[in-house]
Structure formats: structure tokens, C-alpha cells
Design a protein around this ligand. Structure first.
Ligand SMILES: NC(=O)c1ccc[n+]([C@@H]2O[C@H](COP(=O)([O-])OP(=O)(O)OC[C@H]3O[C@@H](n4cnc5c(N)ncnc54)[C@H](O)[C@@H]3O)[C@@H](O)[C@H]2O)c1
Ligand SMILES: CC(C)[C@H](C(=O)O)[C@@H](O)C(=O)O
Ligand SMILES: [Mg+2]
Length: 365
């Protein structure tokens, strides 16, 4: 049966990086004779410009009817300047919520050839291999009320709300991942201040009894931000609420070299997932061929693994990315200094990944 991937390029460098990932996927599907079609829909600023809203119903319906979703990025100064309440980011939050994608998986792993691209000393970067499991459909991002108040709108309120069920399902996902990895789970919160964090801890402790092989630590978010810099190698799986996960995952991304390298998967309990780079629409480099497509290409590998059960094809992408980096190809965001380094643009980087896949699949007809 034909599988469908909905592609949501979005704004800024979004279309540049999704084009790259679609080319890589298309190459693999042709090579292995998989029957997969791509359908493109609008989200974010692109949807606001065309239809006045960041998440048209047609986009939601198409995503719901598909097997997986590949997203670029949304947002940019053009829409920040508009004085309306309509924002591109509402499209992204809306699609995560509409599809119930509660678990956002953001791995950070050191690539041997990028160790020197990190702002940290290589000694700290080499052992890095952790996954942030970020709760994605609750917390401060979605709590109501969220509004300006008072006669002169001189007050404001945002709400951090969670139900036990919302915490439990994402914490279980994190335990399941930890079981398959080094069996260490760090739950990050602000339990010295927030009631929601104290409940978060209780739920983690309750779920922990079902996973006796996994060692559990509770850590405060401020000290975790520091530990990520002074000893990032200590972490295996980190589970945390929506906003803390957002912040820590950007921090994590630079440890391993660049925001342009970090993929993500947003999952629920069945196979449908949304795959996107952790980075944003990078308005400062749009249209210049400088966008690093690897975060999106690696997100496409997750798409193959988690939504389409194509583990072999996913591994081919990951090995190809490693090989291309080993050969010294890099986009401008990757500060590599080796004498074999070759600076390439977005399209050339994609070409290199496809040739590296071709080398591995030369025997397939
Ligand atoms: N998932 C998303 O769609 C998403 C995520 C974060 C930010 N945003 C939106 O993106 C816009 C810009 O936000 P920002 O500037 O804070 O974050 P950003 O991630 O877009 O950019 C931060 C910096 O990293 C660089 N960068 C990011 N991705 C890169 C890539 N693939 N290759 C090379 N360099 C890359 C950018 O050039 C910039 O200097 C905002 O409107 C924000 O809301 C969207
Ligand atoms: C653009 C924004 C709404 C989004 C978030 O905060 O979730 C982004 O920063 C991310 O990390 O995916
Ligand atoms: Mg973010």
C-alpha cells in the first residue's frame, strides 16, 4: 500500500532543508522500490500569507491522513513585525497539539569529525550521547489563561498546567528509551519552587517502580543547564516538561557542534510522527545556500525508523552523514579546521549525502 509523507516546508530556511531531506528520501525510496508519495502543505508564515491563518484545516487533515510528517521551520521577522495576534509559531504548536504528539525526542551525540566544531573542549564533548525527551503538548505553552489583564492591560498571566496522565505518558516513553540505552534517567524540574514540578517528581517515582533496571535521578533545571556544560557525558536520557526541554535542547545542540546538526522526532503512542530539525527558520541566512541540511536529513532518518519501519534505510542515512563529515564536507555553521575540510552549500551537502548512500547501496538493483 502506498505510504504518504506530508511535507510542511514552512518559512525561512525551512523549504531549503526540507527539499534536501525529500531528495534523500526519494533517492532511498527509488533505490529500494518503496511506494511512498509526498504531499506538500502550508504551515506558519507561509500559510498566514496565503490564507491568513498559521494552520489551515486542510493541513491538519492531510497530516492526520498520512503516515509521517516532515517539517522545516516556521517564523521570521516579517511576521514578528505584524501587529496582529496571528503568529507563525501558533501553527507549529497547533499541529503538535492537534495530532497529540506528546513526546519530543531530541538526541545529542558527538560526531567524531565534529569534535573540534564544539565550543567546549574535546575532552568534554567526546563522551556525549544523550537524549532529551521533552513533553510537547502541555505546560506553559498551552495552559489557560494566557492573557493580558487589568484596566490598562498592565498585568499578564501564563499558566503552567499538567495532568498526571500527561506527565505519566511522556515519563513512560523516557523510561522505555532508557531501558534500551545506558539505563540512566535524569528527570529535570524546578521542584524547589514549582508545585507542578513536585507533582512531576511524584509521577516519575511512581512510574520508576515499573522500570527497576533504570537508575533515576531528579535534578533542578538551573543546575542541569550548568551540568550540561561542565560534564555533558554524564547524561543518558533526560526527561522534562515542555519549556525546560525547549531551552535545554538548544543548549545541547551546540555541545555537539551546531544547531544545524540536531534532529528531532515528535511522537505519540501509535506510529504517526512529526520530524523536524531542532533549529528555527534562520532568517539571517535564508536564500544564501548556507543552511546546514543535516539536522533535517537526520530527522528524515528518524521518520524512516519510527514511522515507516525502515531501519536499514535510516541507518544508511546516518552512516552517509558520518562519512560525509569524515571526508571534511561542511556548511559554514560547522567550524571545522582540518586541512581536508571542504566548504559546501546546502545543495552540495545534500549531493554528498546522496552519493555516500549510493556508495553503500551499489549492490542493490
Ligand atoms: N521548530 C521551529 O520551527 C522553530 C524553532 C526555533 C525557532 N523558530 C523560529 O525561527 C525564527 C528564528 O529564530 P532564532 O533565530 O532564535 O533561531 P534559529 O534556530 O532560526 O537560528 C539561530 C542561529 O542558528 C543558525 N542556524 C539555525 N539553523 C541553522 C542551519 N540549519 N544551518 C546553519 N545555521 C543555522 C541561524 O543562522 C542563527 O544564527 C523565529 O521566528 C523563531 O520563532 C522556529
Ligand atoms: C518555534 C517554537 C514555538 C518552538 C518551541 O518552542 O517549541 C521551537 O523553539 C522548538 O524548539 O521547536
Ligand atoms: Mg526551541
Amino acid at each position: 500500500m502506498t505510504k504518504t509523507i506530508t511535507v510542511l516546508p514552512g518559512d525561512g530556511i525551512g523549504p531549503e532543508v526540507t527539499d534536501s531531506a525529500v531528495r534523500v528520501l526519494d533517492y532511498l525510496f527509488k533505490t529500494f522500490h518503496h511506494d511512498v508519495r509526498f504531499v506538500e502543505e502550508r504551515i506558519g508564515g507561509a500559510a498566514i500569507d496565503a490564507e491568513g491563518i498559521p494552520l489551515p484545516q486542510k493541513t491538519v487533515d492531510q497530516c492526520q491522513a498520512s503516515d509521517a510528517i516532515l517539517l522545516g521551520a516556521v517564523g521570521g521577522p516579517k511576521w514578528d513585525r505584524q501587529s496582529t495576534n496571528v503568529r507563525p509559531e501558533q501553527g507549529l504548536l497547533g499541529i503538535r497539539k492537534a495530532l497529540g504528539l506528546f513526546a519530543n525526542i531530541r538526541p545529542a551525540k558527538a560526531f567524531a569529525s565534529l569534535i573540534d566544531a564544539s565550543p567546549l573542549k574535546s575532552f568534554y564533548v567526546e563522551p556525549v550521547d544523550f537524549v532529551i525527551v521533552r513533553e510537547l503538548t502541555g505546560g506553559l505553552y498551552f495552559g489557560k489563561p494566557s492573557e493580558r489583564r487589568g484596566e490598562h492591560k498592565e498585568q499578564v498571566v501564563d499558566t503552567l498546567a499538567y495532568s498526571e496522565h500527561e506527565i505519566e505518558r511522556v515519563v513512560k516513553k523516557a523510561f522505555q528509551m532508557a531501558e534500551k540505552r545506558r539505563k540512566k534517567l535524569t528527570s529535570v524540574d524546578k521542584a524547589n519552587v514549582l508545585e507542578s514540578s513536585r507533582m512531576w517528581r511524584e509521577v516519575v517515582n511512581k512510574v520508576a517502580s515499573q522500570y527497576p533496571n533504570v537508575e533515576v535521578n531528579h535534578a533542578l533545571v538551573d543546575s542541569t543547564a550548568m551540568q550540561l556544560i561542565i560534564n555533558p557525558g554524564q547524561f543518558d536520557v533526560i526527561v522534562t516538561e515542555n519549556m525546560f526541554g525547549d531551552i535545554l535542547s538548544d543548549e545541547a545542540s551546540v555541545i555537539t557542534g551546531s544547531l544545524g546538526m540536531l534532529p528531532s522526532a515528535s511522537l505519540r503512542t501509535d506510529k504517526l510522527g512529526l520530524y523536524e530539525p531542532v533549529h528555527g527558520s534562520a532568517p539571517d541566512i535564508v536564500g544564501q545556500g548556507k543552511a546546514n541540511p543535516l539536522a533535517t536529513i537526520l530527522s528524515a532518518a528518524f521518520l524512516l525508523r519510527y514511522s515507516l519501519d525502515m531501519d536499514l534505510e535510516a541507518a544508511l542515512i546516518e552512516t552517509a552523514v558520518q562519512n560525509v563529515l569524515k571526508q571534511g564536507y561542511h556548511t559554514p555553521d560547522l567550524k571545522v579546521s582540518s586541512e581536508h575540510a571542504t566548504l559546501v552549500n546546502t545543495v552540495e551537502m545534500t549531493d554528498q549525502v546522496i552519493s555516500a548512500i549510493a556508495e553503500q547501496t551499489a549492490h542493490v538493483h
